[in-house]
Design a protein around this ligand. Structure first.
Ligand SMILES: Cc1cc2nc3c(=O)[nH]c(=O)nc-3n(C[C@H](O)[C@H](O)[C@H](O)COP(=O)(O)O)c2cc1C
Length: 365
């Protein structure tokens, strides 16, 4: 439904990976490498899907990953994701490059609100964003560290002639997607309100902010910056985009609260390790109480069950939620969450297990 509704530019933005998309493909293939050996004749009449994530109860063992530019998929897409997450009792991670302010998202009743931080320009920029996150009551900061520079996404160059101006062919294709086009015509192109405040001059358009963000990336960021952030942010601090055990250990040593094993859904370094394959080793590396999250390639309940059985505390979902968003806004995200919840529940029953917490590597043995 999502692909039917979206123009090609947006569909490629949602689905695409970097360069030859090897990581994108490998992320999915890895799930086929492991098979379940289910147990039978066990009472599975009641299934408990709750999970403790970062010290608080989540009604399901997954959360919504931070994704930027959700307004490209649905008007006020960030709010639709946040509301669906709150309604279903799971956490929502808001991206720095979302199309809503931190405060706008924070008013969602009952939301577990995480803020994903990209670092731009000088320290006062992230210091201000963290202040705004604290004022809004964000529970956790997710510092994304796999993007010192932007991945090489060739579809972007194909679809835009310069900056953010779509090519003539892309514009024509947009006109063919009337339901999407109608939303844009009615509401206009969304902006990046969390970054607007840092852009000098009068121009606050999407293009101006995107230009500023690209010109102000911080490839010089290192662990000393992480230490400064740790000092300033008293709440949970998670490193997102870790794919090497040395960095998992360094994150623990830096006093962080967890990591997300991730290759950014195959959008950054192509041929970066598949996070699912790292889970078992990471579980053996981290101490208990240190959150081990994983993402990249999760589309089905069985995928999520595999990662939890290997030792992950929870899974983040990017595209699986965005398909729901692009297909039907808030209702579409709720539907996507329901589909996955039903799949996890069914998988547990078929494995002979009654709760997510009973999962262990024994399901493979
Ligand atoms: C359209 C899109 C936009 C994304 N934007 C961000 C972002 O702004 N910040 C971030 O840390 N990760 C971003 N990601 C990566 C996701 O947080 C997550 O790591 C990835 O989607 C997981 O893979 P999956 O899509 O296969 O679930 C984005 C991913 C997608 C698909």
């Amino acid at each position: 439904m999502a692909l039917h509704r979206l123009p090609r530019v947006n569909a490629e933005y949602l689905e695409g990976g970097a360069e030859d998309e090897r990581s994108l493909v490998a992320n999915r293939q890895a799930f086929d490498e492991i098979e379940f050996q289910p147990r039978v004749l066990r009472d599975v009449s009641h299934i408990d899907l709750q999970r403790t994530i970062l010290g608080a109860t989540s009604s399901l063992p997954f959360a919504i990953a931070p994704t930027g530019f959700n307004g490209l998929l649905w008007h006020r897409g960030d709010l639709a994701l946040a509301r669906a997450a709150a309604f279903k009792g799971i956490a929502f991670a808001q991206s720095t490059v979302s199309n809503a302010t931190i405060a706008d998202v924070a008013v969602t009743p009952g939301l577990r609100h995480w803020f994903q931080l990209y670092l731009y320009a000088e320290d006062p920029v992230w210091e201000r964003l963290l202040q705004q996150a604290a004022t809004a009551g964000c529970e956790a900061i997710m510092l994304t560290v796999d993007s010192p520079v932007l991945g090489n996404r060739e579809w972007d160059r194909r679809n835009y002639q310069s900056g953010f101006t779509p090519t003539f062919a892309s514009k024509l294709d947009m006109l063919h997607h009337c339901r999407w086009m109608w939303q844009v015509l009615r509401h206009g192109i969304p902006s990046f309100p969390n970054l607007e405040q840092f852009v000098p001059g009068q121009d606050r358009s999407l293009y101006a902010v995107a230009r500023w963000a690209l010109a102000n990336q911080r490839p010089q960021t290192d662990w000393t910056t992480v230490a400064r952030i740790r000092k300033v942010w008293p709440g949970k601090l998670i490193l997102k985009g870790v794919a090497n055990m040395a960095d998992v250990r360094a994150a623990m040593d830096a006093g962080l609260d967890g990591v997300v094993l991730s290759n950014h859904g195959g959008r950054q370094l192509d041929r970066s390790a598949v996070p699912l394959r790292l889970v078992r080793q990471a579980r053996a590396t981290v101490s208990s109480g240190f959150a081990l999250l994983v993402d990249s390639g999760f589309r089905r309940g069985t995928d999520i069950v595999q990662a939890l059985a290997l030792g992950a505390d929870a899974v983040l979902l990017g595209r699986a939620m965005l398909y729901g968003l692009a297909a039907g806004g808030e209702a579409g995200v709720q539907r996507a969450i329901d589909i996955l919840a039903a799949e996890i529940s069914r998988t547990l029953a078929l494995l002979g297990l009654r709760s997510v917490d009973e999962l262990s590597p024994e399901v493979f043995a």
